[in-house]
Design a protein around this ligand. Structure first.
Ligand code: AGP
Length: 609
């Protein structure tokens, strides 16, 4: 998730762009840049790291121009670096982009054959060269822009300008937000309204396929073929912080609601349907490693450890290979029996968790290859691993991890599919079947979010309770742990996650009418066993909240409360179940008036032991 910005008016674009990018830093902050037209020439300034580095650069060598574009980056393709920072130029065209171009490699190969030289690792640079290519054959930037857009596949919000046509900015979107604004002195474009609030509160939200032309005369919107489109203007009365949260009261709720799109982004451009295989380009570990690997380990902390546990069930179920899961702080001091040739998979949203980093270093010292599933591109763990599978879920601001967790699990689905196909345990038809299943997961999450009101009702009924038990079996056991962690870390209620079959070995002594029990009972081969556990706790007067598959009207689900997730394959239930439990925990915490985004005693990234 990145932030794009554009300005065309009477003032110095540099000031407007830099101040506006500060408002977009929550969308990405690993690098930033601007381009302005200065005396008819495109001048670009980019800096890696925080936006203040760009400001310092501009103080050292100032720029002036009344037309310009800017960008603050959350890396998906290519590490955070000045070279990979936007804007990207080609010939007399310069652009900024938010999103993921799925077919950029195909475009890149074609454009390199045409003689274009790529300087960055980004998918965005292919867009710049594509526009420049079409400029050679067409009379105007607008015609070249339209022709180039027709060839893009994936998600994008793009803004571009051209030296030859200085009084014009062009924008378009597909799957990423883009908003236009204007006042008596200028026209603006942005990924969201926050930077515009200082200049205007009357804005126009573009829709997918819209193409905006910004000139000193104002803004026009057409479709890709140039047919005029009428878009309503809106008046924005949000304050800037509310806009950063997308109108949600907390980043956590915004990030929970982002998950359908995030899961699509985690999948985008990462599979070949014809081959029935995941296409993990950025993993950069030789495929032979997966064929030869004797043992696999998964090491992580907290919520990421729970994702690793789901990964274990997936890998052992799909490819019948043993996988050991470990907590980072245990693994690093246990003199683990890792041997040469083992594969250690570390999982971390931040890529900076001290215990996970130490575990990865210990694994490498023992001769293992380390593959990391990480969200922050260029983080320490990413840089020190032999291969990285990025989750691409954008900045996760809230301390409680939600979209990072589900994108980690989705990354494990892709990895398990890839290893299964590489080891010929799965054939292309199996692979295509699995890809069809994974494509349905964002819809499952949308279903859960659509029924959020039911989870609010559950929260209202139970938010005063002081102890909870969460039960799950099989691949949903880690989800019981994750649901309990979500509740305890943001509502300060004591909650324990247990393997449902464990209750009779002691924890059932905790059960009484004041201990609500959340039972994860989707349709699967352990359903009957789980229902027995539900009846056991029900018999001891515990209030039971059952999460079941839609259409499960089994007379035995005599829970006090039932929430249904879509009826999906047994191995796919973790993500919709996790989202339901995220929403339940969130609404309980809100009812308890807790600062959901900044819960006490916790940090977003535990970079110390
Ligand atoms: C989860 O909600 C917590 N924020 C915490 O458990 C977190 O998952 C853990 O600290 C690991 O962080 P990482 O994914 O950045 O390594």
């Amino acid at each position: 998730m990145c932030g794009i910005l554009g300005y065309l008016g009477r003032d110095n674009a540099v000031d407007v762009l830099v101040n506006g990018l500060k408002r977009l830093e929550y969308r990405g902050y690993d690098s930033a840049g601007i381009a302005v037209l200065q005396q008819g020439r495109i001048e670009v300034r980019r800096s890696v790291g925080a936006l203040r580095n760009l400001e310092e650069s501009l103080k050292r060598e100032s720029l002036f121009g009344t037309t310009g574009i800017g960008h603050t980056r959350w890396a998906t393709h290519g590490k955070p670096s000045e070279q990979n920072a936007h804007p990207h130029c080609s010939g007399n065209v310069v652009i900024v982009h938010n999103g993921i171009i799925e077919n950029y490699l195909t475009l890149k190969q074609r454009l390199e054959n045409e003689g274009y030289v790529f300087e960055s690792e980004t998918d965005t640079e292919a867009i710049a060269h594509l526009f420049a290519f079409h400029m050679q054959e067409r009379r105007s930037f607008l015609q070249a822009f339209r022709a180039g857009i027709r060839e893009l596949r994936g998600s994008y919000a793009i803004a571009g300008m051209c030296e030859a046509e200085p009084d014009m900015l062009l924008v378009t979107r597909s799957g990423c937000p883009l908003v236009l604004g204007q006042n008596e002195n200028a026209v603006f474009l942005s990924s969201d309204v926050t930077p515009l609030l200082a200049h205007t509160r009357t804005v126009t939200f573009l829709e997918d396929g819209d193409l905006g032309t910004l000139t000193p005369r104002g803004v026009t919107v057409t479709d890709g073929e140039g047919r005029p489109i009428s878009r309503e203007t809106s008046h924005v009365d949000w304050n800037a912080e509310a806009v950063e949260k997308g109108g949600a009261p907390h980043f956590m709720l915004k990030e929970i609601h982002e998950q359908p799109e995030i899961l699509l982004d985690t999948l985008r451009g990462r599979y070949s349907y014809d081959a029935g295989d995941a296409d993990l380009l950025d993993v950069t570990i030789p495929l032979e490693t997966f064929r030869q690997v004797r043992r696999m380990w998964i090491v992580a902390c907290g919520t990421s450890w729970h994702a690793g546990m789901v990964g274990k069930y997936l890998l052992e179920s799909l490819i019948r290979r043993p996988v050991q899961v470990d907590i980072g702080s245990e693994f690093r001091y246990r003199e683990p029996l890792v041997q040469e040739g083992d594969l250690v998979i570390t999982v971390s949203q931040s890529g900076e968790t001290a215990d996970t980093l130490a575990a990865a270093r210990e694994a490498k010292r023992l001769g293992a290859r380390v593959l990391s599933i990480v969200n922050v591109v260029g983080s320490t763990l990413a840089r020190e691993s032999d291969g990285v599978l990025y989750t691409r879920c954008g900045p996760e601001i809230s301390v409680a991890s939600t979209k990072a967790f589900t994108s980690q699990v989705m990354a494990f689905y892709l990895f398990a599919l890839h290893v299964g196909r590489t080891c010929h345990v799965l054939n292309p038809e199996d692979g295509r079947w699995w890809l069809d299943q994974l494509a349905a997961v964002p819809g499952y999450v949308e279903h859960v979010i659509k029924h959020e009101a039911e989870l609010v009702s559950l929260a209202k009924r139970f938010y005063r309770k002081r102890n909870f038990i969460y039960l799950g079996r099989g691949i949903n056991f880690p989800i019981a742990l994750e649901g309990a962690l979500k509740l305890k870390e943001i509502s300060y209620i004591h909650a324990e996650g247990y393997a449902a079959g464990e209750m009779k070995h002691g924890p059932i002594a905790l059960i009484d009418e004041d201990v609500p029990v959340v039972v994860l009972a989707p349709r699967n081969q352990l359903y009957d066993k789980t229902l027995s556990n539900l009846m056991e706790v029900k018999a001891r007067n515990a209030p039971v909240i059952a999460l079941v598959s839609e259409g499960d009207h089994s007379r035995d689900v005599s829970a006090d409360c039932v929430f249904a997730i879509p009826d999906c394959h047994a191995l796919l239930s973790p993500i919709p179940l996790a989202v339901a439990l995220q929403l339940f925990a969130y609404h309980v915490a809100v009812l308890r008036n807790i600062d959901v985004d900044r819960p006490r005693n916790l940090a977003k990234s535990v970079t110390v032991e």
